[in-house]
Design a protein around this ligand. Structure first.
Ligand SMILES: NC(=O)c1ccc[n+]([C@@H]2O[C@H](COP(=O)([O-])OP(=O)(O)OC[C@H]3O[C@@H](n4cnc5c(N)ncnc54)[C@H](OP(=O)(O)O)[C@@H]3O)[C@@H](O)[C@H]2O)c1
Length: 237
């Protein structure tokens, strides 16, 4: 059984994988969840991580994930809710059931996991446990093509306020709201140029800026119930 483990959802690729690697670099016990089997997960396991395959877009998958966490951990240091679906409203028009998947993944899964793991977080040896919700800076300005995705991330941020109040003074609960962090491989040059113009700082920073924010929240004992934008000044223009 792991003690003081960090649970990270969606750790098989991109930002989540970067965070998983840094957690292991620190020597912290890691429980990583994934949906799609990938060589990256095998590598994380070879470095000592416990990997849980879970589809968090339906209640049965969420319940199975919670059960697996309890079977592997005696206590937790933190939970980082990173798993996400980036779906636009055009996709939802064709696949209406995907709206429920967004809400399950971004709202119901964190809600259920947070409630079910309170005992594990309180059992940790650190003075305070942490829950970190990875949101999206567009919650503060809307997005004409991603209304459903942004609404689900807004609900996730709202969970930070309620759980911060509920779990104080033992567990801090915060959100990180990224702006453009990492392009997708198929983003074309026009899209990249347009997105880079949207932030005051105007560059693609990579996953490390989100990891720096996670470390800040883990180390600071006096921040709870906030959303920390990491967006290069997206709201300034
Ligand atoms: N990248 C950016 O520029 C950016 C901007 C704003 C916000 N964010 C936020 O930052 C976080 C990481 O971003 P990212 O770009 O690295 O995301 P990503 O590449 O889309 O990866 C998201 C992860 O979520 C997992 N996931 C998706 N559906 C799932 C499901 N039904 N059940 C369980 N896991 C599921 C995926 O697992 P599998 O790979 O195993 O399928 C994947 O590893 C997300 O919360 C995102 O909303 C990112």
């Amino acid at each position: 059984m792991l003690h003081d483990a960090i649970v990270l959802t969606g750790g098989g690729q991109r930002l989540g994988l970067y965070h998983a690697e840094r957690i292991l670099d620190h020597g912290w016990p890691l429980i990583v969840t994934y949906r799609t089997p990938r060589p990256s997960i095998t590598t994380l396991v070879s470095r000592g991580a416990i990997a849980i395959q879970a589809d968090l877009s339906h209640p049965e998958g969420i319940a199975a994930c919670i059960s697996a966490i309890h079977s592997h951990a005696a206590s937790l240091r933190a939970i980082i809710h990173n798993a996400s679906l980036w779906l636009d409203d055009a996709h939802l028009a064709q696949h209406p059931a995907a709206f429920d998947a967004l809400m399950q993944l971004h709202v119901h899964a964190p809600y259920r996991i947070n409630l079910a793991c309170e005992d594990l977080l309180r059992a940790g040896s650190a003075p305070l446990g942490d829950i970190i919700h990875i949101s999206d800076t567009s919650v503060r300005r809307g997005d004409a093509r991603h209304a459903a995705y942004i609404a689900s991330k807004a609900a996730l941020e709202s969970l930070s306020l309620s759980f911060a109040a509920r779990f104080a003074p033992h567990i801090k609960v915060n959100s990180i709201a990224p702006g453009l962090i990492l392009f997708n491989e198929d983003d074309d040059a026009d899209y990249r140029h347009k997105r880079l113009q949207q932030s005051a700082l105007g560059f693609e920073p990579g996953a490390q800026v989100i990891w720096q924010a996670i470390e800040c929240l883990l180390h600071n004992p006096y921040i709870t119930g906030v959303t920390l934008p990491v967006d290069g000044g997206r709201l300034l223009s």
